[in-house]
Design a protein around this ligand. Structure first.
Ligand code: SER
Length: 318
């Protein structure tokens, strides 16, 4: 991996992944791909090349791949789960037609491709606890439908055309640089912002709803390590379960209160997000990722909470 195109570089994952890749590969071209209306700013804009890279415009993507001799594409363009329920056709267009454009270019120009999958690729009849790597995937959300199809199409392009596709199933990612927006697990990010700002948090997910979650530094590590993994050791490809912690809103609230005792939270559940959350696993078994490419997270709930609060306190001068 040397010359990399990050599509969706101004989003929650992209904004941090692009900067990290520029730090790790200073000799490479790490191109920040963006769409009109979501232009990069500040460090992201100034520290390297940036190009309009709309997944629905194959010509635009092919030109960038040629111009920068791109060898690896991080395809992070997606509508998250709750917003995809309100715009299912747009979600399909971005997630599926966009992916086909990328895979075709990758086939022709010999690029490796990472397109994230998610806990959202599972559904109500998937085993909820210790969810196996290979199991039932019959999701009930449009987001989930596109994620399962992404896994299948990525494996197909690897087997049929030798395109080096690899991926992970991300848990809810908790971060403090760019807000997610439109996801079911967003509450676990928003809660920290409310706590640090001294505001009451209104939780859209019911107590007792467990989901896998992960701190962004571990998520970035996974996205990079899987692309650098020894291909001869990979039995699976699209996509690996990865896990680091699982909690419900009540456990998270109590953990934050250990550091901010005055913090308050009340519940006002959102039926769309709750139905999605109820259909997802409580916690995934990530033993295949550990065995095949040495996956190991660094953060648990306590160390993540300390880091989130410390970072946001500095940001908001609290
Ligand atoms: N974080 C995503 C969402 O909530 C799931 O991968 O939509």
């Amino acid at each position: 991996m040397k010359n990399v195109l990050v599509i969706g570089s101004t989003g929650q994952i992209g904004s941090e992944l692009t900067m990290l890749l520029r730090k790790l590969i200073p000799e490479g071209n790490i191109v920040a791909g963006y769409i009109a209306g979501a232009e990069p700013k500040g460090d992201l804009l100034e520290s390297g090349p940036a190009e309009l890279a709309n997944v629905c415009k194959a010509d635009e993507l092919a030109t960038i791949v040629d111009k920068y001799k791109i060898d690896t594409i991080y395809n992070l363009a997606a509508l998250l789960s709750a917003v995809a329920e309100s715009k299912p056709l747009l979600a399909w267009d971005i997630q599926m037609n966009g992916l086909l454009n990328i895979l075709e270019i990758a086939k022709e120009k010999k690029c490796a491709v990472f397109t994230p999958s998610s806990i959202g690729s599972f559904g109500p009849n998937t085993p909820k606890d210790n969810t196996p790597q290979d199991t039932i995937q019959r999701p009930s959300s449009m987001y989930g439908v596109t994620k399962v199809a992404t896994e299948l199409l990525s494996d197909y392009y690897f087997k049929k055309f030798g395109v080096d596709t690899r991926s992970v199933r991300f848990p809810g990612l908790i971060s403090n640089v760019t807000l997610p927006g439109g996801g079911t697990t967003d509450y676990a990010v928003d809660i920290y912002y409310s706590a640090v700002k001294g505001e009451e948090f209104v939780c859209p997910i019911k107590a007792g709803t467990f989901m896998d979650m992960m701190y962004m530094p571990d998520g970035l590590k996974a996205a990079i390590d899987i692309m650098n993994a020894d291909p001869t050791k990979l039995i699976h490809r699209n996509a690996f379960n990865i896990a680091s912690m699982s909690f419900d809103p009540e456990i998270l609230y109590k953990k934050i209160k250990e550091y901010i005792p005055d913090f308050t939270m009340r519940y006002e559940f959102d039926p769309v997000r709750q139905a999605i959350a109820d259909s997802w696993p409580n916690n995934m078994d990530d033993s295949c990722a550990r065995e095949e490419w040495g996956w190991k997270p660094s953060y648990d709930l306590d160390s993540m909470t300390r880091s989130m609060i410390e970072t946001l306190k500095k940001r908001f001068n609290k």
